[in-house]
Design a protein around this ligand. Structure first.
Ligand code: TMP
Length: 243
């Protein structure tokens, strides 16, 4: 790729925590991770110093591990502390959630105890729509409304569980439980590719021994020490962070 393709051109999309920029190459975008941290579908937003940097580095580390395990990802490379270069995907507006333990909306919905082990791990779909509060949907909704084809959904599900196999053991070896996580996929040249990010903003991670929360639940529940927890997760995994 030409050097100029790595420069940001114009803002394409501003999400709650990341901004997406075009580059000179129509097949590539730049993701900028901001310090903004949101909860409750954007109703609460705060700036947490260093969070953009930590999540950008963390996401690059995880995406590299997943790519090494054969999972197609949009990641090309790190560009700076808060930016990375990615393939431009046509995003599918459906979020894939796998849960190894009960927490969050599953606990609220079914009244089960937080931390209950789920065997087998569960798989859920949510429509990406803040105004509707990301409602849970199923595969027939996704097909009937044209959000994804049956084949795309099958591939998204296969890849989401493949990610579980890789990351459960990665976090386990670093003394953490991967409780649940959310993935987003898109299409690049006809194939399903993992997009968006994997960071403590979009998963739940607990210390294996103490069950201390090390993810965005610290922000949602007002527990404090949010970025400190993210940095602890990064340190345990060996993610390099600038001082
Ligand atoms: P939930 O318990 O709120 O349904 O969330 C399950 C997991 O997915 C949790 O790790 C948070 C993540 N998630 C997001 O990051 N964004 C979302 O919009 C949703 C619905 C879930």
């Amino acid at each position: 790729m030409e050097n100029q393709s790595m420069e940001k051109q114009s803002e394409l999309y501003r999400g709650k925590a990341k901004t997406v920029y075009t580059t000179a190459d129509p097949n590539f975008l730049i993701l900028e991770f901001r310090d903004d941290t949101s909860a409750f579908d954007g109703e609460r937003i705060e700036q947490l110093s260093r969070k953009g940097m930590v999540n950008n580095r963390f996401n690059h580390f995880i995406m590299s591990k997943l790519a090494a395990a054969g999972i197609p990802t949009q990641m090309e490379r790190l560009l700076s502390d808060t930016e990375c270069l990615v393939k431009k995907l046509d995003m599918i507006p459906v979020e894939c959630v796998v849960r190894n333990r009960a927490a969050g909306s599953l606990v609220r919905r079914l009244g089960v105890e937080e931390g209950l082990e789920l065997n087998p791990p569960t798989f859920e779909l949510f429509l990406k729509n803040d105004a509707l509060h990301d409602p849970m949907v199923n595969e027939t909704h996704a097909i009937a409304f044209g959000w994804a084809t049956a084949e795309q959904l099958a591939e998204m599900k296969r890849l989401t569980f493949a990610v579980n196999a890789v990351l459960k053991s990665l976090f386990d070896e670093a003394g953490m439980l991967l409780v649940d996580y959310k993935l987003e996929f898109g299409v690049f040249e006809g194939t399903i590719v993992l997009g968006d990010e994997f960071s403590p903003d979009g998963c739940r991670l607990w210390d294996k021994e103490t069950l201390t929360k090390l993810d965005k639940d610290r922000f949602r529940q007002g527990l404090g020490g949010v970025v400190e927890a993210y940095e602890e997760v990064a340190k345990r995994l060996g993610v390099e962070l600038p001082a």
